[in-house]
Write a protein that binds this ligand. Structure first.
Ligand SMILES: NC(=O)C1=CN([C@@H]2O[C@H](COP(=O)(O)OP(=O)(O)OC[C@H]3O[C@@H](n4cnc5c(N)ncnc54)[C@H](OP(=O)(O)O)[C@@H]3O)[C@@H](O)[C@H]2O)C=CC1
Ligand SMILES: O=CC(=O)O
Length: 322
């Protein structure tokens, strides 16, 4: 029997490629520039499945792809994909939940510590040769993390792992804001569900871990920033557009809040003239939440398992249900 054919828009680790090859024939996109929409439409017309992590897909893209059964992304966030539009043409969208949770929570804690204790800012002073007797003067003191109040907006899979670290490692109090309650997390960590305004007013560290949707776009803007403590840190591990960056830059410039630690941005990569680059009270990382060798390989394998299952006409484990 002929194997199904799958398209890989980017390379995958050898172990993952070997798994795919056991079940499917495949084509890998090996050009530096991404395929155009027209090229992608043509490729997908001849494919049973596709791994499209760094691309996007909607109804228009797949409407004439009779063979196509699954689009897989090796990410947990799927804001660049339209699961409802794909489902109209019997194409599953799959993502990679769970396998990255601990790794992303580690990075978020790194951002919390760097932002609170000014690690990135003072690292730069040392590198630039500016370590003098005055470097540890009060104006350069940081904020404590231990025993402070963490406010988590979006306490889902990853958010809960952040809360675990906050509670067990740093004895923090935890507030959270979700649309639905998480009674088991409330019991385990003493976390308290509150309205957004209360969370902003009472937290020392605010962490964003919501998916990017219409509802969460610019969830944090001028008004919300004005409700935060002047000593508070804002951490974004979700998606850039969850924050109105213009408002954040204003709040950071006027010291309306203590600082921000950001892994995601409205425009990625950040342009070289972006105002964030000249602010001292920010820690910036280039969207590396899940970027460890082991976790990226686990995500690629999970995405491949979803891809192969779908291409073989089975229901993949991680079908996005919207
Ligand atoms: N920086 C990075 O490298 C990474 C970023 N991410 C981002 O993190 C996101 C979260 O991942 P994950 O924890 O797995 O997702 P989950 O779906 O497990 O958690 C998301 C949480 O957000 C809450 N939420 C959703 N909409 C709203 C809303 N309008 N208001 C308040 N709360 C809301 C949900 O609760 P409820 O439904 O009850 O509201 C849920 O608890 C991903 O979608 C992705 O964008 C993920 C991995 C790495
Ligand atoms: O941003 C990364 C993801 O997995 O989503």
């Amino acid at each position: 029997m002929n194997k199904p054919h799958v398209f890989l828009a980017q390379s995958v680790p050898d172990s993952v490629l070997s798994y795919i090859a056991d079940h499917c024939d495949y084509t890998i996109w090996d050009k530096d520039e991404k395929p155009t929409t027209e090229q992608l439409k043509e490729i997908l017309r001849h494919s049973d499945g596709a791994l499209l992590t760094s691309l996007s897909a909607d109804e228009e893209l797949v409407k004439n792809c009779e063979r196509l059964k699954v689009i897989s992304t090796a990410t947990v966030g799927y804001d660049r994909f339209d699961p409802i539009g794909l489902a109209k043409h019997n194409v599953y969208l799959t993502n990679t939940p769970y396998v990255l949770d601990e790794t992303v929570a580690d990075l978020l804690f790194g951002l919390i510590l760097s932002g609170s204790r000014r690690i990135a800012e003072l690292h730069k002073e040392v590198i630039d040769g500016n370590w003098t007797d005055k470097t540890t003067q009060p104006s350069l003191y940081g904020q404590d993390v231990y025993k402070k109040t963490l406010g988590i907006i979006g306490m889902g899979r990853i958010g809960e792992k952040v809360v675990h670290r906050a509670k067990e490692g740093f004895n923090m109090s935890v507030l959270y804001h979700n649309r639905s309650a998480r009674p088991e997390a409330e019991e385990r960590y003493g976390a308290k569900k509150v309205e957004l305004d209360t969370l902003l007013e009472e937290s020392d560290i605010v962490v964003l871990m919501v998916p990017l949707t219409e509802e969460t776009t610019h969830l944090i803007g001028k008004e919300e920033l004005s409700k935060m403590k002047q000593t508070a840190l804002l951490v974004n591990g979700a998606r850039g557009p969850v924050i109105d960056e213009k408002a954040l830059i204003e709040a950071l410039t006027t010291n309306e809040i203590f600082g921000a630690a950001l892994d995601v941005f409205e425009q990625e990569p950040l342009p070289s003239n972006h105002p964030f680059l000249s602010l001292k009270n920010v820690t910036l990382t280039p969207h590396i939440g899940s970027a460890t060798a082991a976790t990226r390989e686990a995500m690629a394998m999970r995405a491949a398992e979803n891809l192969v299952a779908g291409a073989l006409g089975k229901t993949p484990v991680d079908v996005v249900k919207k």
